[in-house]
Design a protein around this ligand. Structure first.
Ligand code: ZN
Length: 235
């Protein structure tokens, strides 16, 4: 069922946000995309975004008709503020507070706040984010409660009625692959495998059965394990 609404998808070029984009295209009449340049080491993900958009357009004519403008915002301040393994050359490690040093404090809070400001201008009520607290790295800004609280704050602060959609919140990585299959068949799974970027180190030299990446950073490990479980359950 298509809802006669417009959505803005936070679209980084990774597996999760690409799956969310397909989910939104299957559901909403007009879908725009938003990416952020914040000094991430894996800025290669931004190059994947336009290729993915084109591939999704080619996959389904009705998706091509719905896919609207792409937006990219530069948040250099986030990279300048953050001392993390995602925004500088440092080894990925656990910190004393139990969070990996790939956690960029405030990132999703800022992303959604900017997304809401853009959606306000574009007359869009639905914000779609690929956050998930099922199979994740423990980032507190991916939690369902964070998203619900942020939705309340944004609506109070902008006197609006935004809804933050989080279709992956309760899915593990294997279920995220299965959702892609449900939305766009084997062709969508293949497109996500080939064109999305997940690796924290920005490595795209080596092709594994689950896609490109270094194979050993936490993001690659999650993606590889999810792919293996998805394939095992498909047989
Ligand atoms: Zn990696």
């Amino acid at each position: 069922m298509t809802e006669r609404q417009a959505a803005l998808v936070l679209f980084s070029g990774g597996q999760d946000s690409a799956t969310c984009l397909a989910w939104a295209l299957a559901r909403y009449e007009r879908v725009e995309t938003l990416g952020f340049r914040y000094g991430q080491r894996h800025a290669v993900e931004l190059d994947c975004r336009l290729r993915l958009r084109e591939a999704l357009r080619a996959l389904r004519p009705e998706w091509a008709a719905r896919l609207g403008e792409d937006h990219v915002l530069t948040l250099d301040c986030l990279g300048a503020l953050s001392d993390t393994a995602l925004t500088r050359e440092a080894a990925i490690a656990m910190q004393a507070n139990g969070l990996p040093n790939t956690f960029v404090p405030g990132r999703n809070l800022l992303f959604l706040t900017y997304a809401a400001a853009l959606a306000y201008r574009r007359g869009i009520k639905r914000l779609v984010a690929g956050v998930c607290e099922t199979d994740f790295s423990g980032y507190p800004d991916c939690r369902d409660d964070t998203m619900k609280a942020l939705q309340v704050a944004l609506n109070l602060g902008m006197d609006s009625r935004f809804v933050i959609d989080t279709p992956l919140m309760w899915l593990d990585k294997a279920a995220t692959w299965a959702l892609a299959e449900e939305l766009g068949g084997a062709a969508l799974v293949e497109l996500i495998r080939e064109h999305t970027h997940t690796c924290y180190l920005g490595e795209r030299g080596t092709r594994h059965d689950w896609g490109y990446g270094c194979g050993s950073c936490p993001a690659c490990e999650l993606r590889a394990a999810g792919w293996a479980r998805y394939r095992a359950s498909a047989r």
